[in-house]
Design a protein around this ligand. Structure first.
Ligand code: COA
Length: 143
């Protein structure tokens, strides 16, 4: 049976609005390793003026920014939660995103989890899925 991947049904205009309206990003699964896409995307977002809060219990600091174990430890509002963790870890972070009052949950490639997606939607968050924040920014904002 062919499984149809759910899509976020957002238009280019919607995604552009998300990328320009919100500036505070928690990047979950942050890594100092240059070979990790999370590292490349975090660097890009910092270069483009976003406030980025790395989240990964393994590290105290990533790319010179204090790294947090939980979204709830971040001493600032968080608007976008950008997920770079395996699908099984996304549910707990979506719960934290809801508690933290985030506006958007962004599932990068290979992070999609049906339960997490559904939970975020039900809580009224905007959900972006199967897209890359960097790629979408390049395509829609900084072209
Ligand atoms: N919370 C926070 N971070 C966690 C975590 C958790 N519960 N569990 C693991 N991590 C971190 C790890 O520390 C690791 O970083 P490290 O190597 O610096 O230690 C990182 O997440 C990835 O760990 P792992 O689970 O081994 O990942 P993987 O190799 O199986 O890859 C993804 C899974 C989701 C990270 C990977 O597919 C990915 O990067 N997807 C996004 C791709 C993308 O959108 N790229 C942009 C294209 S433009």
């Amino acid at each position: 049976m062919v499984r149809i991947m759910p899509v976020d049904r957002l238009s280019d205009e919607d995604v552009r609005e998300i990328l320009t309206r919100y500036r505070k990003v928690a990047l979950v699964g942050a890594s100092p390793k240059p070979e990790r896409d999370a590292s490349d995307v975090m660097r890009y977002l910092l270069e483009h003026g976003y406030e980025v809060y790395p989240v990964n219990p393994r590290y105290g600091e990533v790319l010179g920014r204090k790294c947090y174990s939980s979204l709830l430890d971040i001493p600032d509002d968080v608007e976008i939660v950008d997920l770079f963790v395996r699908p099984e870890f996304t549910v707990e972070y979506v719960e934290q995103a809801i508690e933290k009052g985030a506006r958007v949950v962004w599932f990068q490639f290979n992070t999609y989890n049906r339960e997490a997606f559904k939970r975020a939607k039900e809580a009224g968050l905007v959900v972006v899925a199967h897209r890359c924040m960097k790629k979408e920014h390049e395509r829609l904002v900084s072209y």
